[in-house]
Design a protein around this ligand. Sequence first.
Ligand code: B16
Ligand code: MG
Length: 217
Amino acid sequence: NRKAFIFDLDGVIVDTAKYHYLAWQKIANELDIEFTLEHNELLKGVSRVRSLDIILELGKVEASQEDKDRWLLQKNEEYLSYLVDMDESEILPGVYPILKFLKEKNQPIALGSASKNARPILEKTGILSYFDVIVDGNDVTNAKPDPEVFLIAAKLLETKPEDAFVFEDSVAGVQAANIGNMTSIGIGEAGILHEAKYIFKDFTAIDTNFIEDLIKR
Ligand code: B16
Ligand code: MG
């Protein structure tokens, strides 16, 4: 069967999760809302609009659509300011060798990200050409844990969901893969990503034998 390897972006390929955190923290600070790293876990893999709602709920703040739109814009501008100098050095350890290995083995590769900034990040880090298909926040209506983003990716790669493998760092993303009937591979802490079928602390912990076994299934 034709397999598909679907990668989340933020927190899997690049460590932009820290920039999202810094940008949201700035907004939260201005609104006097306490926003910790633990709170930030709730935002991983979640769309920009939904992220703001979660922060406002944390602070029990009610806001007009106008205010929300302004904060969303402000957050994204702050976030983009961190990406200006981004280059291949920001690719997380172990990711590049796995991408290369999959390419050598002629495996279909997709990006499945909630971010609307995915393309420029792949361009800046020089790995855009590794992806046969890119599905991001501009292409979906339902955010993770809805499996839409991954289902579209599998479909475009002409692979059945059960033959797709999803690398994810967020709880919402792992759930999305599971709900979509795909094999979830959590990248991060086992305590947080316990719903994933497999869990690795990062890509340096994944060896090519593991990938080879997935391809042969
Ligand atoms: P943007 P992923 C997600 O990307 C991030 O994890 C999440 O923190 C962010 O809010 C979301 O993208 C939207 O990103 O503001 O750039 O459109 O992990 O699904 O690659
Ligand atoms: Mg992520």
